[in-house]
Design a protein around this ligand. Structure first.
Ligand SMILES: [Zn+2]
Ligand SMILES: [Zn+2]
Length: 415
């Protein structure tokens, strides 16, 4: 145990060694430093942490930082941790500086996770993908799935959720997606667009949401869909633009490829499996619901029954459409929010007839309520409302684990 000697003392392990070997030092440092400061402020204690030792050079630098700030620094050799003692302010400064020393420490190893070098679509490619079972590579706080999480869980009490602003390149990619899917001539068109007449959306801020628990259930579903397709239970789903333009669904199919997929950049596709019709879609929402969605996701069972295609989670390919739901139709403002969410659309049921679905219709017999035990429903419904001119396609899933709110976009409406 790294005992604490007072309310404002903190202790943390040296990085890149012991249990922490093999994890990106800067990420570990980031998590540890921030959390250790907030834990110290709350008077919390560390759990048992075993780590290796710092090099002589690094030790010297660590002591020097303490001296500079008037903080007592001790390296606990038996327990392999660093203990700081001083006023909260100086301890916090010291911890931050030590953190940056540790993150570039000679003893820290910067690892890579095993890259999937198999040819896309081959069985070894999918096997590799399934076995990895990771969180997205670009996540900062929760890396390498389970093992890292278990380590970090020892440090972060109860927190499996992080939200922070994205890097400039991701910001640019998402701005572009908002712009490319925005159509000024459709603003104010349709029943849900009442009292809107702006010309463009200006993105102010994009935040990424790392919600480990939520992503876990999403990824389990994704693996399950992948396994089903590989085991030939249903084969891989068809892309929307490849579905024949039959009678009754011409309006949907004639719009072609899903706009957010067509316009998406490589940067955002890193962890996406298009073969499963996994896509990013916009989901506009009122400010009051944002925090709840970030921590619990969107649960169709808690939603209203108002949707044209029943009680599901609705996504859209157009930022013009998502923007309609950012506030009250009769109390429009200038600022709005929309999520860029992942959807697992899988096998899509296409329809132009509104229907209060509880689940997508049967994949085998196309009945709404199929009782055949060996039959399974489609994974999602794609529809248009003819009443509003069929302007926008809506993409609906009926299970919470088929969507993940990954980015939160804050924007203003401008003329
Ligand atoms: Zn492999
Ligand atoms: Zn059936």
């Amino acid at each position: 145990m790294c005992e604490l000697y007072g309310d404002h003392d903190i202790a943390f392990p040296s990085l890149g060694v012991g249990h922490l070997l093999g994890y990106p030092a800067d990420r570990v440092a980031d998590v540890l430093i921030k959390e250790s400061i907030s834990m110290a402020e709350q008077g919390n204690k560390w759990k048992d942490i075993k780590t290796g030792e710092l090099s002589k050079e690094d030790k010297k630098r660590v002591y020097a930082v303490g001296q500079k700030h008037g903080v007592f620094v001790s390296l606990d050799k038996d327990k392999h941790c660093i203990v700081l003692k001083g006023t909260p302010n100086s301890v916090s400064k010291t911890a931050t500086e030590i953190g940056s020393i540790l993150s570039s420490a000679s003893s820290a190893v910067s690892p890579r996770r095993k890259e999937n070098r198999h040819q896309r679509g081959t069985s070894s490619y999918w096997k590799h993908l399934l076995e990895e079972n990771p969180v997205p590579e670009y996540w900062k706080f929760f890396q390498n799935g389970k093992s890292f999480f278990e380590i970090v869980r020892g440090f972060i009490k109860g927190s499996t959720e992080k939200r922070y602003e994205v890097d400039p390149k991701t910001f640019k990619a998402i701005c572009k997606l908002v712009e490319d899917t925005f159509n000024p001539s459709l603003v104010g068109q349709g029943a849900d667009a009442r009292n809107l007449n702006h010309k463009r959306l200006r993105v102010k801020k994009v935040e990424i949401i790392e919600n480990l628990d939520l992503f876990k259930i999403y990824n389990i579903k994704r693996c399950e869909m992948l396994k089903n397709s590989l085991n030939d239970k249903r084969s891989f789903p068809r892309k929307l633009e490849k579905i024949p333009r039959c009678e009754g669904i011409q309006n949907i199919t004639s719009k072609g490829e899903i706009m957010t997929e067509k316009n998406n950049s490589k940067r955002l596709m890193k962890d996406i499996i298009p073969e499963l019709n996994e896509v990013y879609l916009f989901h506009g929402t009122k400010k009051d619901y944002v925090a709840n969605i970030i921590s619990k996701g969107v649960d169709p069972k808690l939603g209203s029954d108002e949707g044209m295609f029943g009680r599901g989670v609705y996504g859209c390919e157009s930022s013009t459409k998502a923007d309609q739901y950012a506030d009250d139709k009769d109390k429009r403002g200038t600022e709005g929010r929309m999520f860029l969410m992942r959807f697992l659309l899988g096998h899509m049921y296409l329809t132009e007839k509104p229907n209060k679905y509880k689940l997508p219709p049967c994949y085998h017999c196309r009945r709404d309520c199929c009782t055949n035990q060996s039959h399974q429903p489609y994974d999602s419904v794609v529809g248009v409302k003819q009443q509003s001119g069929g302007l926008f396609r809506e993409f609906v899933v009926y299970e919470k684990n088929q969507c993940y709110p990954e980015y939160l976009i804050t924007y203003t409406r401008e003329n």
